[in-house]
Design a protein around this ligand. Structure first.
Ligand code: NDP
Length: 289
C-alpha cells in the first residue's frame, strides 16, 4: 500500500446512479490529489464484511447510501454525536484502525441554505419562525437536526405515516427541547404552512419518475424560504409553484447544494483539504442529469 495514495468511495445498493464519484473525481483532479474515489456496490447482508474490508484494503473511508445509512450505526467503533442524534451516518472514516461514522448531510443542508440566503439563521431575524418539514425519512432526519440545532422556535413535521412523524417529534424533542415539535397528519399539510418562515420537502414526491407533491401554498407567507432536498429535477413542481406564486417573493433552494456541500465535508475528512463548490463542479454534476 502506497501511504501517499488515498482511497475512498461510495458503498450502497444500487450505487451506479450516484453522483458522488463525479463530485469527488472532480476535486481529486482539480487539486492533483493522489488517490481515487470508487463505487462500492454492497448489498445489505454484506455490510458487516464490507466494512471490515475497508480497513483491510487501506481505505481512508467511504460514503454510505441506501440501504446502509442506519444499519451501519451498530457496526462502527465510534459515532460522531451529531450523527448519533440524526440516527444515520453517510460518511465513514478509518482513524487509527477504528471506523468512525459522521453525518455530513446536515452540514450540506445548512450550507445550501446559507448559499441561497446569506446570513440565514433559525433562531432570530427574518428567516426565523415556524418551519414546516414534509416527510419523516432519512433526509428529514438531517434537516430536522439542522433546524433543531440552529434553534428553530417551532418545527411542524407532516408525514403520510403519522406514527413516523410522531416518533421523530418525540426523538428530536428530547435532543432539542428549546424547539416546539409538532407532528401533523398528511391531510393537514396545506394548513401547516400558516405563518411558516421555511418549508422543506424531504419526501420523494416531485422526484423524476414520481408523482408531484400535492400541496396548496395559499397559507404560506410570501417571504418564506421554500426548499426541496430533491435534485432530480433541479426545479421540482413545488419550487416552480413557489417561484410562480403571484404574491411570492420566495427564495427557493433545490437539493443540489445539499448534495455538493455534504460531499465537501466528506472530502475533507479523507483527503485533508476542504474543496470549493464551484460553477465548474455544478456544471459537471448537472451534465449527468
Ligand atoms: P425515505 O424513503 O427515507 O423517505 C421517504 C419519505 O417520502 C417518507 O417520509 C415517505 O412517507 C414519503 N413519501 C414517499 N412516497 C410518498 C407518497 N406517495 N405520499 C406521501 N409521502 C410519501 O427517503 P429519503 O429520506 O432517503 O429521501 C427522500 C428524498 O430526498 C429523495 O428524493 C432523495 O433523493 C432526497 N435526498 C436528497 C439528498 C441531498 O443531498 N440533496 C440527501 C438524501 C436524500 P412515509 O413515511 O409515509 O413512507
Amino acid at each position: 500500500m502506497d501511504p501517499t495514495y488515498t482511497l475512498a468511495g461510495i458503498m450502497g445498493w444500487p450505487v451506479r446512479y450516484s453522483r458522488s464519484p463525479v463530485i469527488h473525481g472532480h476535486w481529486i483532479r482539480e487539486h492533483g490529489v493522489k488517490g481515487d474515489y470508487v463505487m462500492l456496490p454492497v448489498q445489505a447482508t454484506n455490510l458487516p464484511d464490507a466494512l471490515r474490508g475497508l480497513k483491510a484494503m487501506g481505505f481512508a473511508g467511504c460514503n454510505l447510501t441506501i440501504p446502509h445509512k442506519v444499519a451501519a450505526l451498530a457496526l462502527l467503533d465510534r459515532v460522531d454525536p451529531l450523527a448519533a442524534r440524526i440516527g444515520a451516518v453517510n460518511t465513514l472514516v478509518v482513524k487509527d484502525g477504528a471506523l468512525v461514522g459522521y453525518n455530513t448531510d446536515a452540514e450540506g443542508y445548512i450550507q445550501s441554505l446559507r448559499e441561497a440566503c446569506p446570513g440565514w439563521r433559525a433562531d432570530a431575524g427574518p428567516t426565523s419562525g415556524p418551519m414546516a418539514v414534509l416527510g419523516a425519512g432519512g433526509a428529514a432526519r438531517a434537516v430536522l437536526a439542522v433546524l433543531g440545532e440552529q434553534g428553530a422556535p417551532e418545527i411542524r413535521i407532516c408525514n403520510r405515516s403519522l406514527d413516523k412523524a410522531q416518533a421523530l417529534a418525540a426523538e428530536f424533542g428530547a435532543h432539542y427541547p428549546g424547539t416546539r415539535w409538532l407532528a401533523l397528519p398528511w391531510d393537514q399539510r396545506h394548513a401547516a404552512l400558516e405563518g411558516c418562515a421555511q418549508l422543506v420537502n424531504t419526501t420523494s414526491l416531485g422526484m423524476t419518475g414520481q408523482e408531484a407533491l400535492d400541496l396548496r401554498l395559499d397559507a404560506l407567507p410570501p417571504t418564506a424560504l421554500v426548499c426541496d432536498v430533491i435534485y432530480t429535477p433541479l426545479e421540482t413542481p413545488l419550487l416552480a409553484a413557489a417561484r410562480l406564486r403571484p404574491a411570492g417573493q420566495h427564495v427557493t433552494v433545490n437539493g443540489l447544494g445539499m448534495l455538493l456541500h455534504q460531499a465537501r465535508a466528506a472530502f475533507q475528512h479523507w483527503f485533508g483539504l476542504l474543496p470549493e463548490v464551484t460553477p465548474a463542479l455544478r456544471r459537471a454534476v448537472e451534465a449527468t442529469f
